[in-house]
Design a protein around this ligand. Sequence first.
Ligand SMILES: [Mg+2]
Length: 333
Amino acid sequence: MPIDYLDKFKGSLIGVAIGDTLGHPFEGMLRDAIRSNFTNFKDFINDNRRLFNKFTDDTQLTLHTAQALIQGRGFNLNNFVEEYIKWLDDPPIGAGYGCITAAKKLKYGIPWKEAASNSGGNGTTMRIAPIGLFFHKDIKVLKSSAITSSIITHAHPAASAGAVVIASAIAYLINKEPESGFSIDEFFDVITSSISNSQDEIWEEFCEILVKLQSSLDMPIEAGLIKFSQAGVKSPYFIEQFLGKAFVHPYTISTVVCAIFVFLKNLNSFKDCIFELATAGGDSDTVGAIGGGLAGVYSGMKNIPDDLIKMVKNYKKILKISEKLFEIFKERY
Ligand SMILES: [Mg+2]
């Protein structure tokens, strides 16, 4: 069967939104504390619908990234600056400090090179899915677009590296189907080589952590999350009280590595995957959003349960934006 790319576009963007929606009530909590609330997460969701009634900055910015690609019919820096400024009118929900200060500076006409914060936070990786989808046939442009879209708001090399890794992962997974699976080694080759030989210390450190992750996939989820929750974390993202606990730090490397870990541990079911992502602990909404984008593109919308899609606020609008993005993609490729 040929791949239904429209279904993959929809799956990835709605996957981001589902992960964000399910994860945001638990943002800033330890995995243990989250899980003490339920034995069955599905029942917990059904009994507490009002907790899961919105998405946050992760989905908002992902949609603005998609709109920037649609408006520019591809990557055009000005459209990205415009869209990230427009985000301020949404208004932002649960935004990271680095991202919001940069967006405000852009709004007041400060050139993006000066507006960007030096944040290594996960704020650029969480919005990258549309770039992975749109440029999946053109890896060179995928990489340059991921980097540029990232440094508009975050000058730190960890942020751009995370954006490249996740965009590359999405571009790889769009051509895979759960029925036939994929090679884990090949997946790691793709994502690690996307940032290797960069001469940048942080990018090299990221590669080393990805190699460690690859050899840790036998670990149970809890143990893996404890191991990688603080992976690579630098000040000011280090939170001493959560050392040695399952609490994903909002730094790019730790968030990306934990999201990939949970995704790879749950390849057989979108639902199981998204439930684990959203309850990972720490920056749960962003782990949910990044991992949800991966799980969603891999499974496609056809494998995402309807009730999860319908939980997302304005899900019809997200599906419409996915369709529009796909239309422009088809015109171009
Ligand atoms: Mg958020």
